[in-house]
Write a protein that binds this ligand. Structure first.
Ligand code: C5P
Length: 405
């Protein structure tokens, strides 16, 4: 079973949630779920009188919609009954119909189940009105974006203009205000921040500014852990000298000059595992550990660590990574989190050290996040399983293991 982290982003219409949610999802290489698009799709396909249908009929009609999510980040695609959801749902009129339909407990219930099912099959940045309060109350990272109505009206106006649609600023602002009223005051799942959400007023910030706030909030726990990894405490003087006793008698070390080597595409994949007991694994899966979401933190820590490899390994060259990712698989028997780190570059030297550092830092982060409940976890089997590019060509480890995260 895969363990899947969720980040929620709620807020009123026109606040810029979609743009930001897509960008956060891209940075973390996870899927982006636009739950407004699900309400809009139902509103468009069921028509303006849907809310007047008898309960059982409405429930039955809702069962006829199957949603699926493909891809990640900006390339995430929401499918309804096998077809990608298109731009026909993006009009203000469909938005208004969606808001009306969204007051129906039957529709909300149907979509809540669909949204949770998507969250069980892939990691997500989930954007909507009730993601942090109702649909994913256990999500580790929750954000609520807000902005003054006139600012949101202007943003939506510019968005429509950019798409070449005719728009009237006063009318758009009024429609947004009406939708806000409906969303904030409905009886079921009204628009409001979760008690543990970070509220960000975006009125005076540009997209970059808000993105920085969000990414910092996700990365901070990882950054702290990374600092611990980078500055290990040595308890007794001389311990470090002893660790370097295998060096040559004159202690000479030297970096290899790779200036003459060819620039090629290079990829490295490293795997490892953190073994723990079934109780700890169960808490991890239920997001119930005291420090919060273990695998989101470990993923961010691993990616950040990969980028700093040259600062940690004395003779390692700084390499501009074109890609770094850390993936996980939760194994029930024997209980463990399996880690797979991947790094890529186009350069003169390989990126296996980067992948090793990413996997080990992710493992150390998992240990740190779980150590309050178990001290004897074991970090093991960190090994390079694949490497390509460069003079020596492709390497594939024979005992790479069955599990591909
Ligand atoms: O976000 P978007 O404007 O596309 O959403 C359309 C409408 O769907 C919203 O005005 C809101 O009433 C409803 N909605 C909701 N809960 C969500 C997402 C959207 O009620 N999670």
């Amino acid at each position: 079973m895969k363990y899947l982290p969720i980040i929620t982003l709620d807020g009123p219409a026109g606040v810029g949630k979609s743009t930001l949610a897509k960008q956060v999802a891209s940075i973390l290489h996870i899927a982006y779920l636009d739950t407004g698009a699900m309400f809009r799709t139902l509103a468009l396909r069921l028509g303006p009188d849907a809310a007047k249908l008898p309960d059982e009929e409405l429930r039955e009609r809702c069962r006829g919609f199957r949603f699926r999510l493909e891809g990640a980040g900006e390339k995430s695609v929401l499918l309804c009954n096998g077809e990608p959801v298109g731009d026909e749902i993006r009009t203000e009129e469909v938005g208004r119909l969606a808001s009306r339909l969204a007051t129906s407990p039957i529709v909300r219930d149907a979509l809540k189940s669909a949204q949770r099912a998507l969250g069980e099959s892939t990691s997500l940045v989930a954007e909507g009105r009730d993601m942090g309060t109702v649909v994913f109350p256990a999500a580790r990272f929750k954000f609520f974006l807000d902005a003054r109505p006139e600012v949101r009206g202007l943003r939506r106006f510019r968005e429509l203009e950019a798409r070449g649609e005719k728009a009237d600023l006063a009318q758009i602002t009024e429609m947004i205000r009406q939708r806000d009223d409906m969303d904030r005051n409905r009886a079921v799942a009204p628009l409001k921040p979760a008690p543990d959400a970070l509220i960000v007023d975006t009125s005076d910030l540009d997209v970059e500014g808000v993105l920085r706030v969000l990414v910092d909030a996700v990365a901070q726990p990882a950054e702290r852990i990374l600092e611990e990894v980078r500055c290990p405490q040595t308890s007794k003087a001389g311990e470090r000298d002893a660790a370097f006793s295998h060096m040559g008698a004159d202690g000479a070390i030297g970096m290899v000059d790779v200036g003459e080597k060819n620039v090629t595409r290079r990829v490295a994949i490293v795997r490892g595992a953190v073994e723990m007991n079934a109780h700890t694994l169960d808490l991890l899966k239920r997001h119930a550990l005291p420090k919060g979401d273990v695998l989101v933190t470990a993923q961010v820590a691993g990616i950040m660590a990969a980028k700093r490899t040259a600062e940690l390994i004395p003779l390692c060259h700084p390499v501009p990574l074109t890609y770094a990712d850390v993936r996980f698989e939760v194994r029930d028997e024997p209980p463990a989190v399996l880690i797979e780190a991947e790094t890529r570059t186009n350069d003169r030297t390989g990126v296996e050290m980067e992948a090793i550092i990413a996997a080990q830092t992710a493992a150390a982060t998992i240990y740190d996040m779980c150590k309050a409940v178990q001290k004897d976890m074991i970090i093991r089997d960190v090994r390079l399983v694949y490497k390509s590019g460069g003079r020596t060509g492709t390497f594939r480890r024979e005992d790479a293991g069955e599990t591909s995260c």
